[in-house]
Write a protein that binds this ligand. Structure first.
Ligand SMILES: Cc1ncc(COP(=O)(O)O)c(C=O)c1O
Length: 390
């Protein structure tokens, strides 16, 4: 076993016998960050009343400013949220999505947004485009779905099932005056950000995916025109403070995760900042070819052709490769294959997208080339059980 890999996994107390190849799904929280979080818990318990009455608001305001600085955004534009799901509800309510309205999402979009629109009685309209679509084709796909009833357009900056970086600014331009919400769940810590330059009305990220912060930490950016209407998901006695301070305190909850954000961001910086993502990009370009080659050797008739530069607009820290035809064709195949791989200590779920079976490989600080070899071995073994001609 590789010493460097194990040393890094040890920083997270992650199980070294498990292959962690999807680190951005729910994030990985370093021990140092959890220690700071625990210290906050202990400090709060020493005198809860004093903490909540005298210290909490100031501490949270400080965290919010740290996050704004980290995202290179104006202090007035960034609110603390627990996650992108929470931000989604805030955004839909800010624009007043309700019965009779349409919300445009894409066929690569994360399903929560469509659900949030549906529960508010709106209709969901889908902009369809392929994995190889050009910037113009993607912008056009969104524009074609915008009509008189469109209340909001939602574009994922990095897509979840396909790990593509979408041309957000072009989509914003293409849809004219319709407000755009950018689901940037995977963006913080992986992309060089200029949020305001995108021209969108709303942008939300998770910090807990790629920034080593505790789970339940994210940020919502809102352009000046919409701030008054972007009210907190939970109304508390601080709601009258207005955006963004009104989002700091959704009543009495466990704030220790928020209070340890700075430590997570410091871990990110200390380990290379955006260079972590650049290293991941290079590793995934090698790893994806390696996995494909091994599966194609084992199942030559079932494996689609593949070019190692595919897909051209891949995200830096995640990358898709095709699975053999028929590998995940039945409902339930994705979960069954994931469960089988997880049973072998391999954490990297397959994905079904538009009838196509894919694997979304990820890469984090702790991964190396050998990990993709191990993954290929497990995948070939599991797929082999499913194909007669193996
Ligand atoms: C693109 C995208 N949007 C939203 C989410 C939701 O994130 P959370 O569950 O932290 O709210 C995810 C989670 O994986 C995602 O990938």
């Amino acid at each position: 076993m590789d010493d460097v890999r194990d040393e890094i996994l040890d920083l997270f107390d992650a199980d070294e016998t498990v292959l962690h190849l999807n680190p951005g799904a729910f994030g990985m929280v370093p021990r140092a960050v959890r220690t700071v979080q625990r210290r906050w818990a202990e400090r709060i318990e020493q005198n809860p009343l004093r903490f909540f009455r005298l210290e909490c608001q100031e501490e949270l305001a400080r965290v919010r400013l740290d996050v704004a600085r980290f995202l290179d955004a104006d202090a007035d534009s960034i609110a603390l949220v627990r996650n992108v799901s929470e931000a989604t509800g805030i955004v839909l309510d800010a624009v007043g999505v309700g019965p009779g309205d349409e919300v445009v999402v894409s066929n690569h979009g994360y399903p929560t947004i469509a659900q949030a629109a549906l529960v508010r009685g709106a209709e969901v309209v889908v902009a369809n485009f392929g994995i190889d679509a050009t910037d113009d084709e993607i912008a056009q796909a969104f524009r074609e779905q915008v009509g008189e009833r469109t209340k909001l357009v939602v574009v994922d900056q990095i897509t979840s099932p396909t790990a593509l970086v979408l041309p957000v600014a072009k989509v914003v331009q293409a849809v004219g005056d319709t407000p755009v919400f950018v689901d940037a769940a995977h963006s913080a810590g992986t992309l060089d950000l200029d949020i305001a330059a995108l021209g969108a009305a709303f942008w939300a990220t998770n910090l807990h995916k790629w920034c080593f912060t505790p789970r339940g930490t994210g940020a919502l950016w809102v352009t000046a025109d919409w701030r008054e209407r972007a009210r907190p998901a939970v109304t508390s006695w601080t709601s009258e403070k207005g955006f963004p301070a009104s989002h700091d305190f959704p009543g009495t909850i466990d704030f220790t995760g928020m209070l340890a954000i700075a430590e997570g961001l410091e871990f990110w910086r200390a380990h290379g900042g955006l260079q972590i993502a650049e290293r991941s990009r290079q590793l995934l370009s090698i790893g994806s070819e390696l996995v494909h080659r091994r599966v194609a050797m084992a199942l030559p008739d079932a494996m689609p052709d593949y070019d190692a530069s595919w897909p051209a607009r891949t995200a830096p820290t995640m990358r898709i490769i095709p699975l053999p035809d028929g590998a995940v064709s039945e409902p339930g195949d994705v979960s069954a294959l994931y469960a089988a791989l997880s049973g072998r200590g391999v954490e990297c779920p397959p994905v079904a997208f538009e009838g196509m079976g894919l694997v979304r490989l990820g890469a984090g600080l702790h991964n190396d080339e050998l990990d993709y070899d191990r993954y290929a071995e497990a995948l070939v073994a599991e797929l082999g059980r499913r194909f007669d001609d193996y």
